[in-house]
Design a protein around this ligand. Sequence first.
Ligand code: NAD
Ligand code: ZN
Length: 365
Amino acid sequence: APMVRRVQLGPDSYDAIVEWGGIGRLATYLKRLQLPPRIFMVTDSNIHDLYVPGLITQLTDAGFEPHVYTIPAGEASKSQQQLNALYDWLIEQYAERREAIIALGGGVVGDLVGYVAATYLRGVPLVQIPTSLLAQVDSAIGGKCGINHPKGKNLIGAFYHPRLMLADPAVLLTLPARQRIEGWAEIVKYGIILDAELFALLEKHVDVLHDFNHSPTALLCQIIARCIDLKVTVIEEDEREQGRRAILNYGHTIGHALENVSGYGEWLHGEAVSLGMVAAAQLAQEAGMFSAAEAIRQNTLLAKLGLPTAYRGDVQARDILAKIQLDKKVVGKRVRWVMPRHIGEVVVTPMPDEIVQRVVTTFFA
Ligand code: NAD
Ligand code: ZN
């Protein structure tokens, strides 16, 4: 049975659905939205052959008229050029205000197409169908969308929520292993920042979860739905990242710095966040806020899921430190660190420079 979380944002609301095999019921879900028959579906070149032919048949049989646009897979597609190509495509077909756009793909498709939907005709209905683990538990929830600029990642964007979010964990079976594993970093993050029970569940089932293709489907659905529920609860409280939403950045201060300094591509986002969480836990531990035993539990879980927990590479600690000072989460020049107190509980606080320097220097030695 599908797990449904109603997302309430001011006067607007929508369903976030987790369902094994759920994309096989997409037409049914779309009917409930009472959309015009034309559907503009955007996907990427890896996903197209795997899922689009079946979806076209399904939607056509149900009376929809699907039109498909396929972008090249990869982060480079989150560009002004690709954005323009999508506007051109919609304009050429006279796509109208009430007609829906479907984003079928990972975070790249979700961010780009979300931004298209937010801006074309000042906003058209959007359906998010996240196909990567990272997108299902993180990027397809929260409304952030946008593109990169040659001078930096995610510099242009908006907040725009879908009319439906449909996560089908069965599609993760075709996701390459490395991209699947990185998604676990965000899931462990939710355990540390908000949910000791989720963390314990992951610990208990870690071996079968690492062997993803043999994991019980109900367990995967339960975990993904739990993460969505946690993120939704946070953004319902704080849509625009003023206060509580900041806790979602656990592991991201150092993680983002590492991605940036190493030039994006060497480390996947989830891998960088895994390393960032290990370093952040060390920081909290050295400040006397977090126990060694709990830090070990975190790091052990990450390692068993296949994520990196010790840095090997050649970035310079001083470059990481310089980037941290420029991180966009810096308020009045002080970095606000998300620090664990216990598994399931974090605080957002500045940290003494000397401890940060010592930990970062040791971690990136
Ligand atoms: P991605 O979209 O590039 O997907 C990763 C790779 O997996 C791609 O090659 C893709 O083609 C492939 N793929 C995806 N689903 C597949 C499937 N089911 N079967 C086979 N292959 C599949 O990357 P991602 O990790 O999903 O997302 C990263 C992007 O998300 C970044 O651009 C990042 O900035 C963004 N992001 C946004 C938010 C947000 O809140 N909006 C949060 C986190 C990350
Ligand atoms: Zn992240």
